[in-house]
Design a protein around this ligand. Sequence first.
Ligand code: PEP
Length: 259
Amino acid sequence: QFVRRPLIAGNWKMNMDHMQGIALVQKLAWTLDDAGHDYERVQVSVFPPFTDLRGVQTLVTGDKLSLDYGAQDLSEHDSGAYTGDISGQFLSRLGCSQVLIGHSERREVHGEDDALLNRKIRAALRHDLAPVLCVGEGLEVRQAGDHVSHTLAQLDGALEGLTADDLGELVVAYEPVWAIGTGEVAGPEDAQEMAAAVRAHLAERYSAEFADGVRILYGGSVKAKNVASILAGTDVDGALVGGASLEAEEFANIVSFEK
Ligand code: PEP
């Protein structure tokens, strides 16, 4: 038995319209069923664009699929004059159980900083959405050898003022920015090094008990062919998958890894 239930999460980014999204989830569910996938053993989540969520909800609830789904972002606010933003309350009502927060593309393209991410985590928690907090260094930081301190500082910034009780089902996704969508994969030792550092840091910040329960994912060019070696690290509890989550069979093969 696993101490922590592994999680394989698919971040579709801005791909798949609502029709394509339904087709992808359907195909993924069939493929996993055919493979006899045990969702209790390995949790599977998809993170489609906002406009796909209603369709995904209808499919998942109608067909009683055991897939989880969530959004790629949320507003720090619950409602009001925030044109174009999406509230955690809406996501929760659509059956989302998780939400990505602080993906490097949000940090880079939308200038999201730690203080904003902290408010977004609080918004997620207000609506029973488990935050999947993305952290990770860029290439220059890695080359300077500062990747661990950089990533732990991102973690501290985003978790500022939050207690272990507040954080509930927090998931941390370590995604070295230089490995996202580039085909460059951090080595299994790099993924384990950071996952262990994150866990030790959470133990120091909160407690060993809390840290032991937090799932830490690796993300960055994960494919079926490299997933097993990456997840071999004892502190690596799953993967956040971008490009390879857009193909049902490839993603199903990633889900079927043997830890
Ligand atoms: C991501 O976007 O979270 C990601 C890891 O992308 P990719 O798998 O395509 O590198």
